[in-house]
Design a binder for this molecule. Sequence first.
Ligand SMILES: Cc1cc2nc3c(=O)[nH]c(=O)nc-3n(C[C@H](O)[C@H](O)[C@H](O)COP(=O)(O)OP(=O)(O)OC[C@H]3O[C@@H](n4cnc5c(N)ncnc54)[C@H](O)[C@@H]3O)c2cc1C
Length: 426
Amino acid sequence: MSNTWSNWSGYVTAEPRLVASPADAGALGDLVRTAPGPVRVVGAGHSFTPLVKSEGTILSLEKLEGLVSHDTEKHQARVRAGTRLGSLMHILQDIGQGLPNMGDIDRQAIGGALGTATHGSGPTLGAYHTQLETVQIVDGLGKLRDFKRAGDQETIHAVGVALGAFGVMTEVTLNNIATYRLRRRKWVLPIADMLRDFETMMAAHRSAEFYYIPFSGYAQFIASDFSTAATTTRPTEDDEGGLRTLRRLRTGLAWLPSLRRRLIRDAVAKVPAEDYVQDWLNVYASDRQTKFNEMEYHLPFDEGPKVLAEIIELTEKRFPEVYFPMEVRSVAPDQFWLSPFYNRLTCSIAIHHDAASDPLPFMRAAEPIFRKYGGRPHWGKMHSLKAAELKKLYPRWDDAMAVRRDIDPQNRFISPYLAGLFGIER
Ligand SMILES: Cc1cc2nc3c(=O)[nH]c(=O)nc-3n(C[C@H](O)[C@H](O)[C@H](O)COP(=O)(O)OP(=O)(O)OC[C@H]3O[C@@H](n4cnc5c(N)ncnc54)[C@H](O)[C@@H]3O)c2cc1C
């Protein structure tokens, strides 16, 4: 029987000899020891890079999910690493806790979100891994190992963002906050104003982000702040309808670029503003149906407007097929050794390409712009970097690799893709 595996966008596929879903840490340890290598763990398969690809074994933690324990006073929750964010939100809400921030979707497993430094937006809000208090892993020899922030801070900083190469996370304790409510506002403004006021607008809210709609000259700004007001209805989201319109105009007006531009501008300028108050778990996530491939680079915050202006110019001059909005966010600095936010306030810029056609020409043209400004790639999104280039971007790279060797001395988790990323001879 064939075990064909594919990621969310369909861009990465694999034919592993074994796909397994262990039901407890003991069975997981046995598999790590004995299953055909390389052993790669999958969360929800929502990464765009071949992190999960293996000709040996793909391990799913779908049976290792749910709440283990919680501390009401400290707002801490210990959960199994296969728990999907969508179910984690409800688990936490039921015990009076909330995730301080979330990204664009809630489909990922918490282990997978941690594995690639998945993040939302907000200049004082870190990515998910900054919530880690404890981590339990099965190491490359199949043994359970526990690390705590108090006492093992350095190891937590090494294994917190680990691309599934520093053991398989089985349980994690997250530092959450008391459950809360957000006021979310969205409005459209000219991109020139957005770029001019970038620093003040991004800093003026607990969480702020914006999308640039290609060929429109307009951005949609999204701001979220704490609120104690009564909840109001979240407007029905029509991002999918918007994408269909943008794709139709792209395809139908390929030979009339100025008309395309005018029609998009008119449509975007008419998008109504939104303003609502909801419990945290009803605010962050969107439903993404249209499949795409994505590149996201994490840049020094101040470089954001310059880089975005160059990416827009590149796109609108040379890549008329692009119609997906570009997403711009900020992320707080942290101390995790393989975190792209290591020691710097970040502006993250993401570009997307319809999954039905080859994303590489666009991504290859955009990547040098991101790199010129010192960008670090999102581990789960398309990039071409290998160990020699990555090492220069991560000051604690060698320390991280030493911890990795200790956890996985036989390179059980090292696939050809990981070997290229980490510079490991196989
Ligand atoms: C529609 C869409 C929207 C997205 N939005 C955002 C966003 O807003 N912000 C953002 O930062 N990213 C975003 N991403 C990227 C996504 O969050 C990351 O790629 C994330 O890692 C995917 O989680 P996953 O559970 O699918 O993990 P996978 O893709 O399955 O795995 C990711 C990595 O984690 C490892 N891993 C998984 N589970 C474990 C475990 N238990 N122990 C150790 N390692 C493990 C895997 O081996 C792999 O290296 C988005 C992706 C898609 C498709």
